[in-house]
Design a binder for this molecule. Structure first.
Ligand SMILES: Cc1ncc(COP(=O)(O)O)c(C=O)c1O
Length: 479
């Protein structure tokens, strides 16, 4: 393929029918959801060494390569894809990816991508508005107003969590930017905070033993009655609490921590309150489900992945702050939060992100919204949350299965309990199921007990699919 726009059109025209057919087959539910070859066989089938050495991909041979590539890809649009918390993406998001890839605008500096920079800021304002942290009349108003929050899009929730914790550090120990950590800082958080929180604490240089656990219930929901005790013990040991982190919702169960009570405790003790809403913040878009985020108004920061429940392709997340200056202070920039000043037609995001070169990831969510509107996204979230409760009813009333809790979001955990039912056995069932490739589910431990787990993230997954899943698990168990 030559580096010419006309050749791009030729290749795209050539591969589009293949991609269309791949997605249509996936959506129809025909065939397997996943085929996994040994990595060494797959790299050979893909002919990787030859392509890398010799080049020469063109309109005549691209289909052969793509066929092998697609045959060995996870079918995220298959109704039997009920695995990780990664969206069965809306295809409008692929349009954004294609445009971004083709024009390549690294928009963290306004002049390197004015359109995508404006889209990112408008998307941030939209998200702030959903969080109740935007006071302007129009999300296209980019002037910083008193009472407006701030935020930036990141390549994923892990970077978003890291950014939020850096902002918390900038408040309690602004000197740390120049001098290093003072050594007495800890973060309090749920025992089951996502691992990116512990990682962020290590990356910041605090050492992850300075993540102080707050006990949780049997179903791993943070128990706010323990906050006072853990806090007292922490300060008596000479430490200062940099932030308190809550799950909205927890990765393994999809259950929400009680944000309102945790927030009240944080506000009374003047502690930075961070809400990890990577998965569950999308409830803010649904009038029916947003009550799970009650208490967010007491938080200082939150994160929100769009590639989970807002239907974008990977990867796009937001870190949002209630206070407009929090983001600006994070990386010790001079001056107040910068929207466009008189000399510049727009705004540079670069001073406010970990990432230097950043792609126009806001365009993914923009395209999904432009296709479906807010109502479409809200209906999707309502549907996924409510159908998950129906699936829970089906599984928990089945004599061969048990479910440990009633789902709040679109994540269900369950165990096969007919006959052998130990932890290793659940894992073996899952492994065999995934090996057979007809269904893709995950597995998790809650309080030391192993469960099968599904994230009902595909709008095409219906009762019949779950019924077939249960039959297949029983059949594997009987074999
Ligand atoms: C609660 C929570 N926080 C953070 C993350 C990390 O997000 P990402 O995978 O976008 O880095 C996840 C991922 O599943 C999550 O569930």
């Amino acid at each position: 393929m030559k580096n010419k726009a006309s050749e791009l059109s030729v290749i795209i025209k050539k591969i589009l029918p293949q991609i269309e057919s791949y997605i249509e087959t996936s959506m129809s539910g025909r065939g397997k959801v996943l085929k996994q070859e040994l990595a060494s066989k797959l790299s050979g089938d893909l002919n990787l060494t030859k392509w890398i050495k010799e080049g020469g991909i063109n309109e005549d041979n691209v289909s052969g390569f793509l066929k092998t590539y697609l045959d060995n890809s996870q079918r995220m649009h298959h109704p039997h894809y009920i695995g990780h918390q990664v969206s069965s993406s809306h295809l409008a998001s692929a349009v954004a990816d294609f445009i971004s890839g083709a024009i390549n605008n690294p928009m963290a500096i306004y002049e390197m991508g004015p359109s995508s920079a404006v889209i990112e800021q408008t998307i941030i304002n939209w998200m702030l508005q959903k969080a109740g942290w935007f006071v302007g009349d129009s999300i296209e108003d980019f002037t910083q107003k008193d009472g407006n929050g701030s935020g930036v899009l990141t390549h994923g929730g892990s970077i978003a969590n890291l950014t939020a914790l850096l902002a918390a550090r900038a408040r309690i120990a602004p000197e740390a930017w120049d001098q290093g950590n003072p050594g007495d800082l800890v973060v309090m958080g749920s025992e089951v905070a996502h691992y990116s929180i512990a990682r962020a604490i290590s990356i910041i240089g605090m050492g992850n033993r300075n993540l102080v656990s707050v006990p949780t219930s049997e179903m791993e929901v943070l128990k706010p009655e323990h906050l006072e005790n853990v806090y007292r013990q922490t300060i008596e040991s000479g430490k200062r609490v940099m932030a308190v982190v809550a799950n909205a919702c927890a990765t393994s169960t999809g259950l929400y921590d009680p944000l309102d009570e945790i927030g009240q405790f944080c506000n009374e003790n003047e502690l930075w309150f961070h809400v990890d809403g990577a998965h569950g913040a999308s409830a803010l878009v649904s009038n029916k489900e947003k009550h799970f985020m009650k208490g967010l108004q007491r938080a200082d920061s939150m994160i929100w992945d769009t590639h989970k429940m807002l239907r974008t392709s990977t990867l796009c997340a937001a870190v949002l702050f209630k206070n407009g200056n929090s983001l600006a202070n994070t990386f010790q920039q001079k001056g107040s939060y910068l929207f466009h000043d008189k000399e510049k037609p727009g705004f540079d995001l670069m001073p406010y992100t970990i990432e230097c070169t950043k792609s126009g990831i806001g365009t993914k969510l923009f395209w999904v919204l432009a296709a479906e509107g807010e109502k479409g996204l809200s209906d999707y979230i309502d549907n996924q949350y409510s159908i998950t409760r129906k699936f829970h009813e089906m599984i928990s009333t089945h004599p061969d299965f048990e479910c440990p809790y009633y789902p709040e979001a679109n994540i269900i955990c369950f165990r096969y309990v007919s006959g052998e039912d130990g932890n290793d056995y659940q894992l073996a069932l899952r492994n065999e199921l995934v090996k057979q490739g007809d269904f893709y589910i995950t597995s998790t431990e809650i309080g030391g007990v192993r469960y099968l787990r599904m994230t009902v993230i595909n709008a095409l997954t219906k009762e019949e699919h779950i019924s077939n899943l249960l039959k297949e698990i029983i059949s594997i168990a009987n074999d």
